[in-house]
Each structure stands twice: as C-alpha cells, then as structure tokens.
Design a protein around this ligand. Structure first.
Ligand SMILES: [Zn+2]
Length: 151
C-alpha cells in the first residue's frame, strides 16, 4: 500500500496481455483480478509484476455484466504469494463491458485506499480503453494515473 500518490503504473507487457485476454474472454460479464507488484523506492513509480485473474464471485449471474466481487480466498492467496515474492497487492482490476473505464459509485465503495483500481472498458470482446485510478488515504476521490508498458 502506498501513502504517496504514484506518478505512473508500469506494466510488464506479458502480464498486461494476460489481463487483457482475461477481460475480453469474460465479456459480456465483468472480469476481475488482483494486481501484485512493488513500489519504486524513490521514483514514484509502481511496478505491476504479476496479474492474478480471479473468478467473478458476484452471486447473481444475471448481474455480472455490471457487478463483480473478488472472492476473499483469492485475496488471501494473492497476499501470501506476494509476500513470498517480496511484493504486495498494489491493486485490483475489473472490466466495464460496454461502459467507459471510469469508476462507478459502486467502485468507490469497494476500493482499498492506497491501491490502484484498474478499469478496462471492453466492447465487442475487444479492449476499448484502460485507465488506472488511484485512491489516496487522504482524499476520497479517484486520481487518474498514467499506465506505461515495459518489457
Ligand atoms: Zn467498476
């Protein structure tokens, strides 16, 4: 968890591709998962090291095109995996099928402060937009943060 607003989210291309493939496959339901990584010591960058796709555990199947929940056992698993690798949970991702990549009121309630909420807009099973939103400890609103890819 970060207390200072990051300058950018840096994504390894291979993990990014995994994430995009997952949310396109989940369409027209929301796909979701967990982001593991680490913060640069002084550069203000957060590095996404591993994407962990999870099930959409929202109980009402007919609502999964606009609702998601990450199963708690997946978060526990991710937390242990991160600890072993020397990483942490840096955020969560989910898709917005046929909707913009901006946080909903529902997202605002579901987000951990000091982490990224990565939202992917998917239309016709293709990625239309991707935006990383960071929620600070001090401020309630989401702050848009650039996504950069690396090898
Ligand atoms: Zn959402």
């Amino acid at each position: 968890m970060n207390t200072v607003r990051p300058r950018a989210l840096i994504c390894a291309a291979r993990e990014w591709d995994k994430l995009v493939a997952h949310v396109c496959r989940a369409y027209p339901e929301e796909g979701c998962g967990i982001l593991l990584g680490e913060s640069g010591d002084t550069d203000g960058l957060v590095y996404l090291r591993m994407v962990l796709p999870t099930a959409n555990g929202w109980q009402v199947t007919a609502e999964r095109h606009r609702r998601f929940v990450i199963p708690p056992q997946s978060i526990i698993f991710a937390d242990r995996l991160a600890a072993r690798a020397g990483w942490e949970i840096i955020g969560f991702y989910h898709s917005h099928p046929d909707q913009p990549a901006t946080p909903s009121a529902f997202d605002a309630d579901a987000t951990w402060e000091g982490t990224f909420t990565l939202i992917l807009s998917v239309r016709a099973r293709q990625l239309a937009d991707a935006r990383a939103w960071w929620k600070s400890l001090q401020q309630a609103e989401f702050l848009h943060t650039p996504i950069m890819q690396c090898d």
